[in-house]
Design a protein around this ligand. Structure first.
Ligand SMILES: NC(=O)c1ccc[n+]([C@@H]2O[C@H](COP(=O)([O-])OP(=O)(O)OC[C@H]3O[C@@H](n4cnc5c(N)ncnc54)[C@H](OP(=O)(O)O)[C@@H]3O)[C@@H](O)[C@H]2O)c1
Length: 323
């Protein structure tokens, strides 16, 4: 099978395409023939070594990649919320994500066949393509978890005002949709020239500027400050100025959380595999509640190119590596 691996941290040049034996069945684990994996900001950070402290067991050569979609090669036990009869049969289309490049650190999704914990997968409903499911495997649950976390600080979101940054991205767009569904008034900042997409999510679009400018724009709409922020776009303490005293601020962007101030509840999302939540996000994608934006599908072997394009910016949606 084809695998994209790296033998050291570094720039795109460290990604090399190699052939490896297809994994044999592993007790307690399931194999997935991966057809799609999205290229995420975390892939670029991981390649450069930014997560070395989180992956102490990682040995080289290592394989990057978090999200995946594909087909089960083995029967997978599943919780009832995911499969009422307790099993996802071999051949089922599934999606998921591999945390920190796998429990055996170094085994991410840039491979044609991966071996995963069955608790990391959920079925992909009809109407959602593998590429779309791969966009949501990690990012959809992150956006949903961020909104849940925000509600733990603000209380019921019905009628409250929420600011979402990074709303053009997979995490931010999901957060907007879940906050809107819970009755929040959502202000959102996305990419330049992407207002139609962001307003289509049900948000009021604020201009894309720096954190101080975004906070000022939010205060212009809501002079007391918004009740809460889901930050999926930028790391800046000034964004906290958007929030009213005693509100909430949840960050998904890196490990950034502002300094405590004015009684605002602060939190960071660290997404964990949760098949029930993922199954629910994928159903929401099938009925159009949550968008899954695919910029382009590229062959797995073009991973280095995809990294360069993501680093350059300007994409609308995810690049998805297919095999
Ligand atoms: N903590 C976790 O568990 C977890 C899980 C998944 C993802 N994440 C993180 O969440 C963040 C979003 O992920 P993603 O996959 O949604 O990324 P993405 O698809 O690349 O989207 C990020 C979006 O944020 C926009 N953006 C960048 N700077 C902004 C700013 N100053 N104001 C408003 N929007 C801005 C980008 O626009 P441009 O393209 O115009 O720059 C882009 O549309 C990333 O930092 C990612 O690493 C965290």
């Amino acid at each position: 099978m084809q695998v994209v691996q790296l033998s050291q941290y570094g720039d795109e040049e460290v990604l090399e395409v190699v052939d490896q034996a297809t994994p044999e069945p592993v007790p307690g684990r399931v194999r997935v023939r991966v057809t799609a994996r999205s290229v995420n900001p975390a892939d670029l950070s991981g390649r450069a070594g930014a997560f070395a402290a989180f992956t102490p067991g990682l040995t080289f050569p290592a394989v990057l990649g978090w999200d995946f979609a594909g087909t089960l090669l083995d029967d997978a036990p599943a919780v009832p919320e995911v499969a009422p009869d307790g099993v996802l049969a071999a051949g089922t289309r599934v999606a998921g994500f591999v945390p920190w490049f796998g429990e055996a650190a170094g085994a991410g999704t840039y491979a044609e066949v991966i071996v995963v914990d069955p608790a990391w997968v959920a079925p992909v409903p009809d109407g959602v393509t593998d590429a779309e499911a791969a966009v949501l495997g990690m990012n959809g649950p992150t956006g949903a978890a961020a909104v849940d976390l925000l509600a733990s600080h603000t209380g019921d979101l019905d009628g409250v005002t929420v600011l979402v940054t990074g709303a053009s991205g997979a995490v931010g767009a999901a957060a907007v949709r879940y906050a809107v569904r819970r009755g929040a008034r959502v202000l959102a900042v996305g990419s330049v020239d992407d207002d139609a997409f962001v307003s289509g999510l049900g948000a009021e679009v604020l201009p894309r500027t720096d954190a101080a400018g975004i906070a000022a724009a939010a205060r212009a709409v809501d002079p007391d400050g918004v009740d809460g922020v889901v930050n999926a776009g930028l790391a800046s303490h000034e964004l906290l100025d958007a929030v009213r005293d005693g509100g909430g601020f949840v960050s998904a962007a890196g490990v950034f959380v502002p300094e405590p101030a004015r009684g605002v509840g602060l939190d960071a999302v660290f997404v964990e595999p949760d098949p029930s939540r993922l199954a629910s996000v994928l159903r929401d994608a099938a009925d159009g509640t949550v968008p899954a934006r695919v910029a382009e599908e590229l062959p797995l072997a073009d991973a280095a190119d995809a990294h360069r394009r993501l680093a350059k910016g300007g994409l609308r949606g995810k690049l998805v590596l297919v095999s």
